[in-house]
Design a protein. Structure first.
Length: 213
């Protein structure tokens, strides 16, 4: 029994001493020489917790917020996921959106888990859209991908039928009014994303409003 406990403690210290964030996958542990059977032992002995299929966490990980915990879980399960649209607006604090689901994008050919660890809404990106205007943030020690403020606003116009034109307009006006992004940056991103003809009339309208003030 003593040897078993010491072995578990050694495994736990190996996990803790690695670069793993609050959440990690079985394959991440395997890369450290700790395979699934030993993970089961760590769970039963209370060293770690299982929170999804092939997904684990340290029990003393304190979530800064439930929202950030969800982003960490998503990224640990689907490393190539890109937080976007309504969720990205919320993180960037643009507009008033507070979605109950995480909006994220993946490659149009990518396979995703049948039951993601969080309630989600999925869209598909392809080509340059998978990298252009995509940043990295940290949540509980886990790196996740997210569209930049300008890219997020432009995407809201691209997917206006999914998130609503009113949401896109609110985000555009709020970001420009508070100088979160510059107009020329939005125009540049809109050109790359091929929605400049859609967004230009609204940018021009906001320019006229500002000029009359």
């Amino acid at each position: 029994m003593y040897n078993c406990v010491m072995s578990s403690m050694t495994d736990f210290q190996t996990l803790r001493g690695s670069d793993l964030g609050a959440f990690f996958r079985a394959r991440d542990a395997a890369s450290l020489g700790i395979h699934s059977r030993r993970l089961g032992g760590l769970v039963s002995e209370g060293f770690i917790e299982k929170c999804g299929r092939g997904l684990y966490r340290f029990p003393d990980s304190e979530a800064k917020a439930l929202e950030l915990e969800s982003y960490a879980m998503l990224s640990a399960t689907i490393p190539n996921a890109i937080v976007c649209l309504m969720s990205a607006l919320s993180i960037h604090e643009i507009g008033t959106q507070s979605p109950h689901r995480i909006w994220f994008a993946v490659d149009r050919k990518a396979r995703i888990p049948r039951n993601p660890p969080v309630q989600s809404r999925i869209v598909r990106f392809s080509g340059v859209m998978l990298t252009y205007g995509v940043e990295r943030r940290m949540a509980q020690g886990v790196s996740f991908r997210i569209t930049s403020p300008a890219r997020t606003i432009v995407d809201c116009f691209r997917y206006r039928r999914k998130c609503g034109l009113d949401v896109a307009l609110e985000a555009l006006y709020d970001a420009i009014r508070r100088r979160v992004v510059a107009v020329d940056e939005i125009e540049r991103v809109a050109e790359v994303c091929r929605v400049r003809t859609v967004i230009s009339p609204y940018l021009n309208a906001f320019s006229w409003v500002d000029a009359l003030r």
